[in-house]
Design a protein around this ligand. Structure first.
Ligand code: DX5
Ligand code: ZN
Length: 225
């Protein structure tokens, strides 16, 4: 099996207008987003609360590209079915979220979604070495999860290490946190193929003035092209 390894930009709706998710998704896709990144936070695994599966189901009809759900919750397993039923294409769980991440990834696939595993900045690449046969995506956090708009933590060597570990396997390598035109080139160089970007995409625009979203997406693409 082969996968599309071209670089995809995945705007995080954490930086969108929470009263307007449907229109924000329509706008950012029209402006060139490749995937839509959906950040779920529980106020327990991370110190912030965003939204849950009901919101995911409500926004699903607006997503014509790929719905990439990032679960910053613990426990994960009791909620997998609900997020899969909400229409998530990818469901990503944190390796730090519980003792049985292998089972969690199997359960995500069993529920019909693609399985992602995320690593906090302090977690070494080796933490996923024995998970690569049950993963469709590895997400490297380049901020401590919980909030948008934080400063980038330079972890390009970890990204390169993971790229080498992944080899020919059909696994996406995603970066989440602090992606901008300044940080994207080194990440793409290190082997990333999905760049999540919240503030760098949504800054300066709105649903009534979405052109800046397109400018921002093109600025990120131009930085590594
Ligand atoms: C952080 C979230 C990220 C965040 C990225 O916990 O997982 O997806 O929204 O935001 P920026 O791009 O602003 O760092
Ligand atoms: Zn995220």
């Amino acid at each position: 099996m082969t996968i599309d390894r071209s670089v995809k930009i995945a705007p995080s709706i954490l930086a969108a207008d929470f009263a307007n998710f449907g229109a924000e998704i329509d706008a950012v896709e029209a402006q060139g987003a490749d995937w839509i990144h959906v950040d779920v936070m529980d106020g327990h695994f991370v110190p912030n609360i965003s939204f849950g599966p009901t919101t995911c189901a409500a926004i699903r009809p607006h997503i014509k590209t790929v719905m990439d759900v990032h679960l910053m919750i613990a426990p994960v397993d009791p909620y997998i079915e609900e997020f899969a039923n909400a229409g998530a294409d990818f469901i990503t769980a944190h390796v730090e979220a519980g003792p049985h991440i292998h089972r969690t990834l199997q359960a995500i696939r069993g529920a019909g979604a693609k399985a992602g595993v995320a690593l906090n900045p302090g977690t070494p690449a080796s933490a996923v070495a024995h998970l690569l046969n049950v993963a469709d995506l590895v997400c490297v956090m380049t901020v401590n999860p919980g909030f948008g708009g934080q400063s980038f933590i330079p972890l390009e060597s970890k990204v390169a290490e993971l790229r080498a570990m992944i080899g020919d396997r059909p696994i996406h390598l995603e970066i989440d946190g602090g992606v901008t035109p300044a940080t994207a080139p080194g990440l793409v160089q290190a082997g990333a193929d999905v760049l999540v970007a919240g503030s760098a995409v949504f800054k300066g625009g709105s649903v009534s003035d979405p052109a800046p979203y397109g400018d921002n997406i093109r600025a990120i693409r131009a930085s590594y092209s």
